[in-house]
Write a protein of this length. Structure first.
Length: 199
């Protein structure tokens, strides 16, 4: 029942947005009574935060299917692609809705901030598995991952008004950036400098 309520919440966030994802709307989509909803989630903010956790787990399970990738340089490019794929999913849309709404919703912001550290640990653990031990143990791994996550967050928001061809060029640039930062120590790649011009 809990998963059913969370699935209904995520579905509502994606289809109608945060403002219209009311407890009544979630009850309707899940086909449950108000008492049942309140038994699991005593407030709307708690329900929405649980949806964020649910999103992280669901996304991780989806992308773990990509972990059967070959090692070496092919693994790096595929990991960057899989990471960007996670930013284009309906799950990411629901997540954006919540974090945007938290700016003007103090209760939601408190709930999200309370669980932010745990969610970040979950994301970091997932990314380490995605990139694999060779790359995740590289001295530049944290720099590379933070740069990729920040860039993809921004590109996700710009995706609303930009063409897919722009994002394909960005994906190619992110792969080259990852190759540069995570190259074996002592093997710089000066040729990459020209490949990171702004669109």
């Amino acid at each position: 029942m809990r998963a059913r309520l969370l699935d209904a919440t995520v579905e509502s966030l994606v289809e109608v947005g945060h403002a219209q994802t009311t407890t009544v709307e979630v009850q309707r989509r899940a086909g449950v009574s108000r008492g049942t909803l309140l038994h699991y989630f005593p407030s709307r903010a708690e329900l929405l935060f649980a949806a964020v956790e649910h999103l992280v787990v669901s996304q991780r399970q989806h992308l773990y299917l990509r972990l059967g990738l070959a090692g070496g340089p092919e693994r790096l490019g595929a990991a960057v692609e899989a990471l960007w794929e996670s930013f284009q999913s309906p799950l990411a849309t629901a997540n954006d809705e919540l974090w945007s709404a938290a700016r003007t919703d103090p209760e939601l912001r408190r709930v999200l901030m309370r669980g932010d550290r745990a969610i970040n640990r979950e994301v970091r653990e997932f990314c380490a598995n995605l990139f694999g031990p060779v790359y995740s143990s590289h001295p530049n791994y944290e720099l590379a991952l933070s740069t990729l996550l920040d860039a993809m967050h921004g590109a996700r928001r710009a995706h609303v008004v930009r063409s897919s061809s722009v994002n394909q060029r960005r994906l190619a640039s992110w792969k080259r950036l990852a190759q540069l930062l995570l190259a074996p120590v002592g093997e710089p790649d000066p040729a990459c400098r020209e490949e990171f011009r702004h669109d």
